[in-house]
Ligand binder design. Structure first.
Ligand code: FES
Ligand SMILES: [Fe+2]
Length: 397
């Protein structure tokens, strides 16, 4: 249980709010790179409560990759939307009177102003750096210098195939989604309808541990073997602070040397505003023939979570989760909860968020900030998933 004021501190994401300032110390996906094309180079997006447009500019001469910009959506002249603007090699031009902005938001042209006017230099317009990685466009909206964009293995591995699933917007606050990642007790109830869990699991009490580690919280479950003679099995699923679940699905995608190949994924819960998130799931499957270079625009699909009638598609795991998160309330009123012993992971996450908010308020770098390129070649989280035969870590085949 939390007081209303503590609940606000942990949940609100706008500029100047405690959690909003914490979240602004991390890179967040704003779009799938493949959503922007030469024909349709602009997309209106909302991140951390700010209305923005992300746009794709042609590659520089001699280069192959397009360049990207991210600026506030409303033109600072008389507030028309830049989402209907025009993009060229220098930036984005407002569709109303043609003011033009560089990718970092600097006003570089005001065609209707007198020749030689320096008025454009006085205009302030928000603009944020964008980087492409693993087929996603990431933005950093915090103070300079920006930390490095973490190169999670799923985003940068080259020995297989990568693809992205962008889910429909979920109408709840970001913390509800993240609390779900340290809540193993829901597994056997919310997700058992799909039958993807072994039936035997329901019969036994499992041991649950939550271990703070360099990148977040490691959730570890130890389940008794099928018979008393069998050794217990350990499974770990890390929460990568603040908005990612690192997961390995039990879908099998072929074998090599007798070992099964599983679908590795990260599920990134991007805070759109106080009461909405968008989930990007980046999937990676090791593969000998079908490989995705890290700089390609990964294929992507949209996934609805509700039927046309607005009912949750309860045969889909992610729709089961989103049902729980949305029905908790747009921002769950944590002053009305009754937490039990099984909620220890949730309490730990809330403490961690508060601790990291305090670090940022004191001028420090929060958990998971990377500033040393040597540490960021590829980040492999070494975890155990014995149920799926992954004993050497998630990245191992
Ligand atoms: S409103 Fe954008 S140029 Fe006038
Ligand atoms: Fe779940």
């Amino acid at each position: 249980m939390l007081s209303q004021s503590d609940n606000e501190i942990l949940t609100k994401v706008g500029p100047g709010t405690p959690a909003g300032e914490l979240l602004r110390r991390y890179w967040h996906p704003v779009a799938v790179a493949g959503e922007l094309t030469a024909e349709k180079p602009i997309k209106a997006v909302k991140i951390l409560g700010e209305n923005l447009v992300v746009f794709r500019m042609p590659a520089n001469e001699g280069e192959t990759q397009p360049r990207y910009g991210l600026v506030a959506e409303q033109c600072p002249h008389r507030l028309a939307s830049l989402a209907y603007g025009r993009v060229d090699a220098e930036g984005i031009r407002c569709p109303y009177h043609g003011w033009k902005f560089s990718p970092n938001g600097r006003c570089i042209e005001q065609p209707a102003e007198p020749k030689g006017s320096t008025y454009k230099d006085e205009i302030e317009h928000a603009g944020y750096p964008v980087q492409k990685l693993g087929g996603l466009l990431y933005a950093y909206m915090g103070p300079a210098p920006a930390p490095l964009l973490p190169r999670w293995d799923v985003l940068v591995r080259e020995d297989g195939k990568r693809w992205i699933v962008a889910e429909s917007v979920i109408d709840c606050n970001w913390l509800q989604a993240m609390e779900n990642s340290v809540d193993p007790a829901h597994l056997y109830w919310l997700h058992n309808t799909t039958g993807h869990l072994g039936e035997f699991l329901k019969k036994y009490e499992e041991k649950r541990e939550f271990i703070k580690f360099e990148w977040g919280i490691m959730k570890r479950r130890t389940t008794p073997g099928k018979t008393p003679a069998d050794a217990p099995m350990v499974d770990e699923h890390p929460l990568l602070f603040p908005t990612i679940l690192r997961h390995v699905s039990n879908e099998v995608h072929g074998e090599r040397s007798g070992e099964k190949r599983f679908r590795h994924n990260i599920q990134i819960r991007v805070p759109i505003d106080d009461t909405h998130i968008k989930v990007y799931r980046v999937n990676f499957v090791p593969n000998d023939t079908d490989r995705s270079p890290p700089d390609m625009d990964s294929p992507f699909e949209y996934r609805p979570l509700k039927s046309e009638e607005g009912e949750y598609l309860m045969n889909i795991v992610s729709a089961q989760d989103s049902m729980a998160w949305e029905t908790q309330g747009a921002i769950a009123d944590r002053s009305r909860e009754n937490l039990g012993v099984s909620d220890v992971g949730i309490v730990m996450l809330r403490k961690l968020v508060k601790e990291q908010i305090d670090i940022v308020a004191a001028g420090g770098d929060p958990m998971g900030t990377i500033r040393d390129p040597a540490k960021n070649k590829i980040i492999v989280i070494d975890v155990i998933n014995e149920r799926m035969g992954l004993r050497r870590g998630m990245a191992a085949e």
